[in-house]
Design a protein around this ligand. Sequence first.
Ligand SMILES: O=C(O)CCC(=O)C1=CC=C[C@@H](O)[C@@H]1C(=O)O
Ligand SMILES: [Mg+2]
Length: 369
Amino acid sequence: MKISEVLIRKLEMTMKQPFTTSFGTMQNRKFLVIEVVDELGNHGWGEGVAFEIPWYTEETVKTSLHILQDFLIPMLKGKTIQHPDEVNKIFKTIRKNNMAKAAIECAVWDCWAKRNNLSLTKALGGAKSEIDVGISIGLQKDFDILAKRVEQSLLTGFKRIKVKIKPGNDTELLKQIRTRFPNVPLMVDANSAYTLEDMDLLKRLDQFNLMMIEQPLASDDIVDHAKLQKELKTPICLDESILSAEDARKAIELGSCRIINIKIGRVGGLTEAKRIHDICQESGIPVWCGGMLEAGVGRAHNIALTSLPNFSLPGDTAGSSSYWERDIIFPEVIVEKGVIPVPTSIGIGFEVDIDELNRHTTDIVKIKL
Ligand SMILES: O=C(O)CCC(=O)C1=CC=C[C@@H](O)[C@@H]1C(=O)O
Ligand SMILES: [Mg+2]
């Protein structure tokens, strides 16, 4: 397969409700959608999941566009790709910029699957016919609003609830949640808001019967997390700290976590995501698929990835309607009784709604290879 053309679209979409974490609030989502075309006219889609502000990782929409346009896409020129696993080898000389790499790599995977008449799930080696999903609820103004969101989410059938915590909004909040919802499968995400100086407080989280504590310490740390995990009964789940399969191997070896959240964008694409999945599986570490407040294209890639067997915990891939008035794919992603059916049609298994895509496109860059 040869990629003959790439289109980078810049999109702007407003989420139904703001999403607040320990680092800030997002509602207006700007992101990239990548379309690749091969020499036979097959199309493949990928989504750039970087935010506008570099608060989750160092990448932004602008840096992704720069890296894609000036480095990654030109590297595909003249290359014959037998299998999408080759794409991240082609990009090897470019350090990090994982979300930019993932955006185009995912589009190549979709294109390759379509060319070979395969669903992306099958192409990846996934086998599940449906995936379990949970929901990530951002920080809310007060407990009553949060409790309502939790109640609604449970009615929708989500299989676990994730809430954000930060210093000053942790133990009291969890006491309130557990009083109201004693048995709900519950986890927390701190997005690196704590240090080892908070050890006593973090130990007190053990009393809340949490499924896991996600990324309590620094975003680039695995050493302090290992120290913390030794002191906690609750499993630590690493998110920001794991950028590659090598990071996963080291974290597992050190005992820095007992669970890993895999985000395709954070780790540079589906090939690396699969590798992390495999290493974790061999080591008895369950994984789940994280979310980046994606629109439909990114969501579709998450669903296909989650069909791999060691994605044994509910992920953050909620349905389209949890985020958008109307998504850019059809059918939209629908959650029923806490599960999403895994599509079996070719490629990502959803059609891109070109009208809806155009409605949100603010800029297009076309690159002929
Ligand atoms: O619903 C989703 O897509 C998950 C949202 C979510 O929890 C996150 C998205 C992006 C950055 C973080 O705030 C957070 C996470 O760390 O997992
Ligand atoms: Mg997280």
